[in-house]
Each structure stands twice: as C-alpha cells, then as structure tokens.
Design a protein around this ligand. Sequence first.
Ligand SMILES: [Zn+2]
Length: 312
Amino acid sequence: MQYIIIDLEWNQPLSHQSSIFRRVGDRLMFEMIQIGAVKLDEQRRMKGSFSRLIAPEHYLKLHPRIRRITGITQEDLSDAPRFAPVLDQFIDWCGEDAVLLTWGSDDISVFQQNLDFFKTKKELPKFYDLQKLYCAVNKDGKDRKGLSAALNFYGIPVTDEHPFHNAVDDAYYTALVFQQFPDARAALNHPETARQLGKTRNGKREASEEKAVKSERGYFSSSFGKLIPCPVCGKKGHAHEGYVIHRGIKTALADCPDHGLMYAQVTFNDNEEQLIAKRRVYLSDEQNPAYVTTKHLQWQQKATVQKRGKSL
Ligand SMILES: [Zn+2]
C-alpha cells in the first residue's frame, strides 16, 4: 500500500454578490488552485512528492487573503495548467493501491465538489483523516487539534526549507506526524466522506450575539472572542489575525470551512451595571475587494507596529 498525504489550496470569490458566484456558487464554493502531496510506502518511508498549481477557470482573481496565507500570486496561477490535466497527473502519480490521508476533513469536501463541478469521471483513492487518528491516539478531550499542535507534541521543528502553508510542505509536515503514530494502519479506521458545500440554503447571512464581559481586553483574549461562529452553520473559525479597528469598530476575519470568509464586528455597551459585548458576524457577502484591500493594509501596519514593540 502507498500512503499519499495530501494538502490542497483553493480560491474563493471576492464577493458573494459577484455575477460569477451567483452563477456557479451553489456548485463551486471554492476552486482548487494547488495540490500538494507526499508519498510514503508501506513502511512509511518518503518516496516522492507532488506539487502543482492549478489555474482557476471561474474565480479568476486571487482573493487577497488566500494570497497572503499561501504566498501564491496571480502571476503564478496565470502560467499554471487547468484542473483536468493536473488531476490526471495526480492520479497517475498516486499509482495503484494508494490511500489518501489528510489533516482534517475539509480537503475531501472541496476536492469532491471540484470533481463534480468539472464533471470528471476520474475516481480518487479513498480518503482517511489523520487529524481524527491523532486525536484518538493522544486523548485529551479535544477532537480538532491543529497540525502545528501535533508538530509541537512530537518535537518536529518547522524549517525555512519547508515553509508552513505551502500545500506540499504542509503535506510533508503531516507525513512527519504520520510517521510518529504507533500503527500506520490505524489510519484506515478513520474514513472520510465529503460534506455538501453550498450556498446558504436559508438565506441567513448574518447573526449577532451579546455577552456580559469584565473588560474589552478580556473579551478579545478569551476563546469566545477569538472563535467566530459562522452565521449559517455555527461552525467556529479562528480570528487568526486578531481584531483591527475599521471605521472605529473592532473587526476581525475568520473562515468557515463550508461557507468561506466571515467577518465580525464587536461593539461594547456599558450600561453602568455591566459591560456588554455585542458581536455581529456576516458572511463575506457584504465584502467587496476594496474592503479586503483596506484590511490587508491595516494588518501590514499592525504587524509593523507590533515589531516596534507597541500593541494596538
Ligand atoms: Zn458555515
């Protein structure tokens, strides 16, 4: 058996109001732009790697946030082949008797939706979830451990040679974690199935909630403040980049794995008895490219300010 550790990157629409999203969004929420993979043999020895960019055919403009996280540029994608030939190469490269291993279950859902959307007849090997296996092996009550937590746990350093958040390098680190598990075959106990990704069915695109807090600072450092619930499905996304002030209001961005970019705005109301934090969360429907560009600049400034030893 060959173990293929895979990691994908995908693009998302700049706006859910765009004509292209209105046309294809219920069938293509996210469009794949990179496949990274590492191959291990039965004894979990590394046998090769696969890394291909894919030119998007629908969400042509790379979302600034995806660019920032992955380091992929618009120019990189313009020279890349399309989905169908890359898929053929990938399936050939996987070879016979292969299984696909991922960290978490988002990749299979996005991959399956791209396969269906592009009407490919190709069948992928079966998917298994290493994150679930890791959590089963290292029981501490949490079922969604990040890859970086697993790297820390096993004392695996992240090196400049393999920068984090590049698909093939993330697959490489996932493979290093996989090599640490006592029993490789135990991965086969955690099969994955694709979730249906789609536009919001009920039209709900925003939600708000209130919470009594001791202080503003306490709110932003609490897990409640850092984890932003999707207004559609309730899944929580991490506000990795923190909150920044936009038009006088603290705002943050986070991802829902099924519904894409969300943004949150938090205001405080001191009614003398207690301090109430009110948070509104919107799907990126309201988002326009100018807003994202503004945010992008703000984060760069924030990073610079922090380097000077000040905090926002
Ligand atoms: Zn959601």
